[in-house]
Design a protein around this ligand. Structure first.
Ligand code: NDP
Length: 453
């Protein structure tokens, strides 16, 4: 670590105590940028790093609501408006009991670079709440979403800040929040993305993050003249990203064999085919049940409980070619990374944000596997949100094929930017450095142009 990076990290830790995920995200980016900063003293002189790690604005607010028993509940709401150098703030909302300021700051920071890579004009933001939608009735979720939006609506707008979904926030939650925004502001605008199809949503938006992660893997495979045909794929999570990653793996000839939730995972030796995937979608999106039910229905599958504090996650310890971590941050520890490599995995395309711990990332880079970090590989979701914003502004809808083709070409462009930047700065094949450098340069140059703001 250079003295400059050490200094920056000391400041970050001192100024943002008890935010380990934020420290982790900043350190990875700043380490990648060492070469850029050596070549370009103008970024150091203008204190671009010191400015880019400081959110432009942090909002934190009370979210009171009344549950079905008539009792008052209180949650905490957040919105981090991280950087608007290249466009309005854009990034998802996460509803999960683990949500805190540090986690949202890490996600908002990552979002700045990811959005820059998409080639679309979007700044970075993130928000959410420690509210847990699990086990809540639709009525309770609606009351929570309405209270959350009653405060948030003062701070967002179609030209200012455009939230979307993330963990715990899908079509149902976006609908309730959009309804409340429209009621309070008396305007029908594209203030949220991930909307329903008949009220301003874009085709392919629900599919986009999972599809995009698989498209990114396809680009990485193509650098070795390979395709997904016959490749065995490990997928974690069973939510939005995981479901559509499985669907696209199937489309492209691969074989997904695992999915998981916070209780455990299933391994299906025969593969998760389309009929089984439809069962998972109904289980998770309609009945909101547990993944263990899959193994009760299909005898080819085994369910294993997973203790998140265990030494390793057995999901990552099966023979396979590709892995798509699509659940949450730091779900692959060093032992998991070692297990993946020992089991023959040589393509890792991250659907989740920062799912691999830094030691695992270093191992993937050292072993020269095809490793696509989340900020590049999962950028398909926000890219399609950008396409939803364009369609809302034009008051026009593209067809499914048109949006899918645009998504595929954006993922290709992101891949090319990563490869080119890595090569230009002397680390060919290193997608981590490539993504961080390419994402940074566009934002940093815009910040230089716009003066000290
Ligand atoms: P969902 O809420 O739809 O699904 C999340 C899945 O991950 C569920 O299966 C959930 O299990 C599991 N999970 C969540 N938290 C944990 C945990 N702490 N431990 C173990 N399992 C967990 O979310 P998404 O699919 O939308 O998001 C998944 C990941 O992808 C996140 O990292 C998100 O930031 C990232 N992402 C999402 C985008 C999107 O467009 N939705 C865009 C870019 C990135 P359970 O149901 O038991 O909680």
């Amino acid at each position: 670590m250079s003295d400059y990076v050490k200094d920056i990290m000391a400041q970050v830790v001192a100024k943002n105590p008890a935010q380990p995920e934020f420290h982790q995200a900043v350190e990875e980016v700043v380490e990648s940028l060492a070469l850029v900063l050596e070549k370009h003293p103008e970024y150091r002189d203008a204190k671009i790093i010191e400015r880019i790690i400081e959110p432009e604005r942090v909002l934190m607010f009370r979210v009171p609501w009344v549950n079905d028993e008539g009792k008052v509940e209180v949650n905490r709401g957040y919105r981090i408006e991280m950087n608007s150098a290249i466009g309005p703030y854009k990034g998802g909302l996460r509803f999960h009991p683990s949500v805190n300021l540090g986690i949202l700051k890490f996600l908002a920071f990552e979002q700045v670079f990811k959005n820059s890579l998409t080639t679309l004009p979007m700044g970075g933001g993130k928000g959410g709440s420690d509210f847990d939608p699990k086990g809540k009735s639709d009525n309770e979720v609606m009351h929570f979403c309405q209270s959350f939006m009653t405060e948030l609506c003062r701070h967002i707008g179609p030209n200012t800040d455009i939230p979307a979904g993330d963990i715990g926030v899908g079509g149902r939650e976006i609908g309730f929040m959009f309804g409340q925004y429209k009621r309070i502001r008396n305007e029908f605008t594209g203030v949220l993305t991930g909307k329903g199809l008949n009220w301003g949503g874009s085709l392919i938006r629900p599919e986009a993050t999972g599809y995009g992660a698989v498209y990114f893997g396809r680009e990485m495979l193509a650098t070795r003249g390979e395709t997904y045909k016959g490749k065995v794929c490990l997928v974690s999570g069973s939510g939005n990203v995981a479901q559509y990653a499985c669907e696209k793996i199937l489309d492209l000839g691969g074989k997904p064999v695992t999915v998981s939730d916070s209780g455990g995972y299933i391994y299906d030796k025969d593969g998760i085919d389309r009929e089984k995937l439809a069962f998972i979608m109904e289980l998770k999106n309609v009945r909101r049940g547990r993944i263990s039910e899959y193994a009760e229905k299909y005898s080819s599958a085994v369910y294993t409980k997973v203790d998140r504090n265990g030494e390793f996650n057995p999901l990552w310890n099966h023979k396979a070619d590709c892995a798509f971590p699509s659940a949450t941050q730091n779900e692959i520890n060093l032992k998991d990374a070692q297990n993946l490599i020992a089991n023959g995995v040589y393509v890792v395309s991250e659907g989740a944000n920062m799912p691999t711990v830094p030691e695992g990332v270093n191992l993937f880079v050292k072993e020269k596997i095809l490793y696509g970090p989340g900020k590049a590989a999962n950028a398909g979701g926000v890219s399609t949100s950008g396409l939803e914003m364009s369609q809302n502004s034009m008051r026009y809808n593209w067809t499914r094929e048109e949006v899918d083709a645009k998504l595929a070409s954006i993922m290709k462009a992101i891949h090319t930017q990563c490869v080119d930047a890595a090569e230009k700065y002397g680390c060919p094949g290193n997608y981590v450095n490539g993504a961080n450098i390419a994402g940074f340069l566009k934002v940093a140059d815009a910040m230089l142009d716009q003066g000290v703001v």
